[in-house]
Design a protein around this ligand. Sequence first.
Ligand code: NAD
Length: 278
Amino acid sequence: MKPLQLTESDGSNKVTVVGIGQVGMACAFSILSQKLTTNICLMDANADKLMGETCDLLHGVSFIGDCKIKGSTDYKDSANSKVCIITAGVRQREGETRLALVQRNVEVMRNIIPPLAKYSPKAIYIVVSNPVDVLTYVAWKLSGLPSEQVIGSGTNLDSSRFRHFLSNRLGIASTDCHGWIIGEHGDSSVAVWSNVNVCGVPLIQLNSKFGTPDDAEKWHLLHHDVIQSAYKVIKLKGYTSWATGLTISAVVRAILKTSFRALIKLSNLRDIRRGLLV
Ligand code: NAD
Protein backbone atom coordinates (compact mmCIF):
# COMPACT_ATOMS: atom_id res chain seq x y z
CA MET A 1 0.00 0.00 0.00
CA LYS A 2 1.36 3.45 -0.92
CA PRO A 3 2.07 5.45 2.26
CA LEU A 4 -0.06 8.57 2.71
CA GLN A 5 2.02 11.73 2.53
CA LEU A 6 0.74 15.21 3.07
CA THR A 7 4.08 16.89 2.45
CA GLU A 8 7.34 15.80 0.90
CA SER A 9 9.52 14.28 3.60
CA ASP A 10 12.81 16.10 2.97
CA GLY A 11 13.08 16.89 6.67
CA SER A 12 12.11 20.55 6.29
CA ASN A 13 9.20 21.83 8.36
CA LYS A 14 9.17 25.48 7.30
CA VAL A 15 5.98 27.37 8.05
CA THR A 16 5.10 30.80 6.64
CA VAL A 17 2.44 32.98 8.24
CA VAL A 18 1.20 35.83 6.06
CA GLY A 19 -0.54 38.52 8.09
CA ILE A 20 0.90 39.01 11.55
CA GLY A 21 -2.11 40.67 13.14
CA GLN A 22 -3.92 39.22 16.14
CA VAL A 23 -4.74 35.93 14.42
CA GLY A 24 -1.42 35.46 12.62
CA MET A 25 0.56 36.00 15.81
CA ALA A 26 -1.71 33.66 17.77
CA CYS A 27 -1.05 31.01 15.10
CA ALA A 28 2.71 31.67 15.15
CA PHE A 29 2.90 31.61 18.93
CA SER A 30 0.88 28.43 19.21
CA ILE A 31 2.99 26.68 16.54
CA LEU A 32 6.28 27.81 18.07
CA SER A 33 5.38 27.04 21.66
CA GLN A 34 4.37 23.50 20.63
CA LYS A 35 7.67 23.15 18.71
CA LEU A 36 5.90 22.13 15.51
CA THR A 37 8.50 23.87 13.35
CA THR A 38 12.13 24.91 13.56
CA ASN A 39 11.79 27.48 10.78
CA ILE A 40 9.06 30.10 10.65
CA CYS A 41 8.74 33.03 8.27
CA LEU A 42 6.44 35.89 9.24
CA MET A 43 5.16 38.20 6.49
CA ASP A 44 3.06 41.35 6.50
CA ALA A 45 2.57 44.51 4.48
CA ASN A 46 3.32 46.60 7.58
CA ALA A 47 7.13 46.43 7.86
CA ASP A 48 7.42 48.18 11.25
CA LYS A 49 4.84 45.97 12.91
CA LEU A 50 6.50 42.94 11.34
CA MET A 51 9.90 43.94 12.73
CA GLY A 52 8.38 44.55 16.17
CA GLU A 53 6.59 41.20 16.32
CA THR A 54 9.63 39.31 15.00
CA CYS A 55 12.00 40.91 17.53
CA ASP A 56 9.53 40.26 20.34
CA LEU A 57 9.38 36.55 19.48
CA LEU A 58 13.15 36.30 18.98
CA HIS A 59 13.72 37.69 22.48
CA GLY A 60 12.02 34.56 23.83
CA VAL A 61 13.49 32.02 21.43
CA SER A 62 15.79 30.53 24.08
CA PHE A 63 12.67 28.95 25.62
CA ILE A 64 11.57 27.43 22.32
CA GLY A 65 14.82 25.77 21.32
CA ASP A 66 16.68 25.82 18.05
CA CYS A 67 14.34 27.75 15.79
CA LYS A 68 14.82 30.17 12.94
CA ILE A 69 12.36 33.08 13.05
CA LYS A 70 12.44 35.54 10.18
CA GLY A 71 10.22 38.51 9.46
CA SER A 72 10.10 39.66 5.85
CA THR A 73 8.11 41.64 3.33
CA ASP A 74 9.85 39.83 0.46
CA TYR A 75 8.08 36.65 -0.70
CA LYS A 76 11.43 35.13 -1.66
CA ASP A 77 11.97 34.55 2.07
CA SER A 78 8.92 32.26 2.19
CA ALA A 79 10.51 29.92 -0.38
CA ASN A 80 10.18 26.17 0.11
CA SER A 81 7.65 26.38 2.91
CA LYS A 82 5.83 23.19 3.81
CA VAL A 83 2.81 25.06 5.17
CA CYS A 84 1.63 28.60 4.40
CA ILE A 85 -1.01 30.12 6.67
CA ILE A 86 -2.93 33.11 5.32
CA THR A 87 -4.37 35.43 7.95
CA ALA A 88 -3.85 38.75 6.19
CA GLY A 89 -6.70 41.14 5.55
CA VAL A 90 -9.40 43.03 7.34
CA ARG A 91 -11.39 41.55 10.20
CA GLN A 92 -14.98 42.03 11.34
CA ARG A 93 -15.86 45.15 13.27
CA GLU A 94 -18.48 44.89 16.01
CA GLY A 95 -21.74 43.55 14.53
CA GLU A 96 -20.26 43.12 11.03
CA THR A 97 -20.70 39.75 9.28
CA ARG A 98 -17.79 37.79 7.80
CA LEU A 99 -19.31 37.98 4.32
CA ALA A 100 -19.12 41.80 4.45
CA LEU A 101 -15.32 41.47 4.25
CA VAL A 102 -15.27 39.61 0.96
CA GLN A 103 -14.37 42.36 -1.54
CA ARG A 104 -11.57 43.84 0.54
CA ASN A 105 -10.04 40.46 1.32
CA VAL A 106 -10.25 39.15 -2.25
CA GLU A 107 -7.98 42.09 -3.15
CA VAL A 108 -5.59 41.06 -0.39
CA MET A 109 -5.54 37.48 -1.74
CA ARG A 110 -4.67 38.82 -5.20
CA ASN A 111 -1.54 40.43 -3.71
CA ILE A 112 -0.48 37.49 -1.60
CA ILE A 113 -1.28 34.18 -3.23
CA PRO A 114 0.53 34.36 -6.62
CA PRO A 115 3.97 35.21 -5.15
CA LEU A 116 3.54 32.72 -2.31
CA ALA A 117 2.60 29.93 -4.72
CA LYS A 118 5.53 30.86 -6.96
CA TYR A 119 8.06 30.35 -4.16
CA SER A 120 6.37 27.43 -2.36
CA PRO A 121 4.63 25.40 -5.06
CA LYS A 122 4.60 22.25 -2.93
CA ALA A 123 3.26 23.75 0.30
CA ILE A 124 -0.12 23.11 1.86
CA TYR A 125 -1.97 26.44 2.08
CA ILE A 126 -4.30 27.06 5.01
CA VAL A 127 -6.57 30.06 4.49
CA VAL A 128 -7.87 31.65 7.68
CA SER A 129 -8.89 35.16 6.54
CA ASN A 130 -12.63 35.71 6.34
CA PRO A 131 -15.00 34.91 4.79
CA VAL A 132 -12.83 31.84 4.96
CA ASP A 133 -14.75 29.43 2.71
CA VAL A 134 -15.08 31.96 -0.09
CA LEU A 135 -11.46 33.06 0.23
CA THR A 136 -10.20 29.47 0.23
CA TYR A 137 -11.80 29.01 -3.17
CA VAL A 138 -10.38 32.34 -4.37
CA ALA A 139 -6.91 31.42 -3.06
CA TRP A 140 -7.05 28.05 -4.79
CA LYS A 141 -7.98 29.69 -8.10
CA LEU A 142 -5.28 32.35 -7.75
CA SER A 143 -2.64 29.78 -6.79
CA GLY A 144 -2.98 27.54 -9.85
CA LEU A 145 -2.16 24.64 -7.50
CA PRO A 146 -3.97 21.31 -7.16
CA SER A 147 -7.06 21.64 -4.94
CA GLU A 148 -5.67 19.29 -2.29
CA GLN A 149 -2.92 21.83 -1.57
CA VAL A 150 -5.27 24.69 -0.67
CA ILE A 151 -7.50 24.16 2.34
CA GLY A 152 -9.37 26.52 4.63
CA SER A 153 -9.73 26.48 8.39
CA GLY A 154 -13.40 25.76 7.65
CA THR A 155 -15.47 24.99 10.74
CA ASN A 156 -12.53 23.83 12.81
CA LEU A 157 -12.93 26.77 15.18
CA ASP A 158 -16.72 26.35 15.33
CA SER A 159 -16.26 22.69 16.33
CA SER A 160 -13.75 23.70 18.99
CA ARG A 161 -16.22 26.21 20.41
CA PHE A 162 -18.97 23.58 20.29
CA ARG A 163 -16.83 21.17 22.31
CA HIS A 164 -16.19 23.89 24.87
CA PHE A 165 -19.91 24.61 25.30
CA LEU A 166 -20.71 20.88 25.54
CA SER A 167 -17.98 20.48 28.15
CA ASN A 168 -19.17 23.49 30.08
CA ARG A 169 -22.74 22.21 30.27
CA LEU A 170 -21.85 18.57 30.98
CA GLY A 171 -19.04 19.28 33.43
CA ILE A 172 -16.78 16.89 31.48
CA ALA A 173 -13.36 17.79 30.05
CA SER A 174 -13.62 19.27 26.54
CA THR A 175 -11.03 16.73 25.36
CA ASP A 176 -13.65 14.01 26.05
CA CYS A 177 -16.56 15.90 24.43
CA HIS A 178 -16.75 15.39 20.69
CA GLY A 179 -18.96 17.13 18.18
CA TRP A 180 -18.72 18.55 14.73
CA ILE A 181 -19.99 21.76 13.24
CA ILE A 182 -20.04 21.47 9.46
CA GLY A 183 -20.90 23.60 6.44
CA GLU A 184 -19.77 27.20 6.14
CA HIS A 185 -17.78 28.76 8.99
CA GLY A 186 -19.98 31.02 11.09
CA ASP A 187 -23.59 32.09 10.75
CA SER A 188 -24.88 29.37 8.40
CA SER A 189 -22.98 26.47 9.97
CA VAL A 190 -24.73 23.22 10.91
CA ALA A 191 -24.38 21.19 14.11
CA VAL A 192 -24.23 17.41 13.65
CA TRP A 193 -26.26 16.41 16.72
CA SER A 194 -26.43 12.72 15.80
CA ASN A 195 -22.65 12.56 16.09
CA VAL A 196 -22.15 14.36 19.42
CA ASN A 197 -20.57 11.95 21.87
CA VAL A 198 -18.74 11.79 25.15
CA CYS A 199 -15.90 9.27 24.99
CA GLY A 200 -17.73 7.53 22.15
CA VAL A 201 -21.20 7.46 23.78
CA PRO A 202 -23.64 9.31 21.46
CA LEU A 203 -25.81 11.69 23.48
CA ILE A 204 -28.71 11.06 21.12
CA GLN A 205 -28.91 7.55 22.62
CA LEU A 206 -29.68 9.13 25.98
CA ASN A 207 -32.12 11.76 24.68
CA SER A 208 -33.88 11.00 21.38
CA LYS A 209 -34.82 14.68 20.90
CA PHE A 210 -31.23 15.83 21.49
CA GLY A 211 -30.48 18.96 19.45
CA THR A 212 -34.02 19.40 18.11
CA PRO A 213 -36.21 22.41 18.95
CA ASP A 214 -38.62 19.98 20.75
CA ASP A 215 -35.95 18.93 23.22
CA ALA A 216 -37.03 19.96 26.74
CA GLU A 217 -33.33 20.21 27.68
CA LYS A 218 -32.81 22.81 24.91
CA TRP A 219 -29.41 21.53 23.79
CA HIS A 220 -29.95 23.15 20.40
CA LEU A 221 -29.20 26.53 21.97
CA LEU A 222 -25.55 25.49 22.14
CA HIS A 223 -25.29 25.92 18.38
CA HIS A 224 -26.66 29.44 18.78
CA ASP A 225 -23.89 30.06 21.34
CA VAL A 226 -21.30 28.77 18.85
CA ILE A 227 -22.57 31.15 16.15
CA GLN A 228 -22.63 34.09 18.54
CA SER A 229 -19.16 33.36 19.95
CA ALA A 230 -17.17 35.53 17.56
CA TYR A 231 -19.65 38.43 17.81
CA LYS A 232 -19.50 38.24 21.59
CA VAL A 233 -15.70 38.11 21.81
CA ILE A 234 -15.32 40.89 19.21
CA LYS A 235 -17.71 43.06 21.23
CA LEU A 236 -15.67 42.41 24.37
CA LYS A 237 -12.08 42.62 23.12
CA GLY A 238 -12.27 43.80 19.51
CA TYR A 239 -11.10 40.62 17.78
CA THR A 240 -10.79 36.87 18.26
CA SER A 241 -7.38 35.21 18.22
CA TRP A 242 -6.30 32.56 20.73
CA ALA A 243 -8.76 29.79 19.89
CA THR A 244 -8.05 30.28 16.19
CA GLY A 245 -4.32 30.05 16.81
CA LEU A 246 -4.78 26.80 18.70
CA THR A 247 -7.04 25.23 16.09
CA ILE A 248 -4.69 26.21 13.26
CA SER A 249 -1.70 24.78 15.10
CA ALA A 250 -3.61 21.49 15.41
CA VAL A 251 -3.99 21.43 11.62
CA VAL A 252 -0.31 22.29 11.15
CA ARG A 253 0.57 19.45 13.52
CA ALA A 254 -1.58 17.10 11.43
CA ILE A 255 0.17 18.15 8.24
CA LEU A 256 3.75 18.17 9.48
CA LYS A 257 3.49 15.15 11.74
CA THR A 258 1.03 13.27 9.48
CA SER A 259 -1.36 12.89 12.40
CA PHE A 260 -4.89 12.84 11.01
CA ARG A 261 -6.80 13.48 14.23
CA ALA A 262 -6.95 17.22 13.68
CA LEU A 263 -7.61 16.96 9.97
CA ILE A 264 -10.60 14.74 10.61
CA LYS A 265 -11.86 17.43 12.95
CA LEU A 266 -11.86 19.75 9.96
CA SER A 267 -15.49 19.12 9.42
CA ASN A 268 -15.80 20.65 5.99
CA LEU A 269 -15.92 17.45 3.96
CA ARG A 270 -14.12 18.95 1.01
CA ASP A 271 -11.31 20.00 3.33
CA ILE A 272 -11.03 16.44 4.65
CA ARG A 273 -10.87 15.06 1.13
CA ARG A 274 -8.26 17.62 0.12
CA GLY A 275 -6.22 16.92 3.23
CA LEU A 276 -6.21 13.16 2.90
CA LEU A 277 -6.13 12.40 -0.79
CA VAL A 278 -2.75 13.74 -1.75
P1 NAD B 1 -5.54 42.18 12.05
O1 NAD B 1 -6.07 43.46 11.51
O2 NAD B 1 -5.07 42.14 13.46
O3 NAD B 1 -4.33 41.67 11.14
C1 NAD B 1 -4.40 41.63 9.75
C2 NAD B 1 -2.99 41.79 9.23
O4 NAD B 1 -3.01 41.62 7.81
C3 NAD B 1 -2.39 43.17 9.52
O5 NAD B 1 -1.15 43.03 10.21
C4 NAD B 1 -2.17 43.77 8.13
O6 NAD B 1 -1.03 44.61 8.05
C5 NAD B 1 -2.03 42.51 7.29
N1 NAD B 1 -2.27 42.73 5.86
C6 NAD B 1 -3.30 43.39 5.28
N2 NAD B 1 -3.15 43.37 3.94
C7 NAD B 1 -2.01 42.69 3.67
C8 NAD B 1 -1.32 42.35 2.47
N3 NAD B 1 -1.79 42.69 1.26
N4 NAD B 1 -0.18 41.64 2.57
C9 NAD B 1 0.32 41.27 3.78
N5 NAD B 1 -0.29 41.59 4.95
C10 NAD B 1 -1.43 42.29 4.89
O7 NAD B 1 -6.69 41.10 11.80
P2 NAD B 1 -6.86 39.71 12.58
O8 NAD B 1 -7.69 39.92 13.79
O9 NAD B 1 -5.53 39.07 12.72
O10 NAD B 1 -7.76 38.88 11.54
C11 NAD B 1 -7.21 38.45 10.31
C12 NAD B 1 -8.26 37.70 9.49
O11 NAD B 1 -8.57 36.45 10.12
C13 NAD B 1 -9.59 38.45 9.36
O12 NAD B 1 -10.08 38.31 8.05
C14 NAD B 1 -10.49 37.72 10.35
O13 NAD B 1 -11.85 37.86 10.05
C15 NAD B 1 -9.98 36.30 10.15
N6 NAD B 1 -10.34 35.33 11.19
C16 NAD B 1 -10.66 34.06 10.78
C17 NAD B 1 -11.00 33.09 11.70
C18 NAD B 1 -11.34 31.69 11.22
O14 NAD B 1 -11.72 30.83 12.01
N7 NAD B 1 -11.23 31.42 9.95
C19 NAD B 1 -11.01 33.41 13.07
C20 NAD B 1 -10.67 34.69 13.46
C21 NAD B 1 -10.35 35.66 12.51
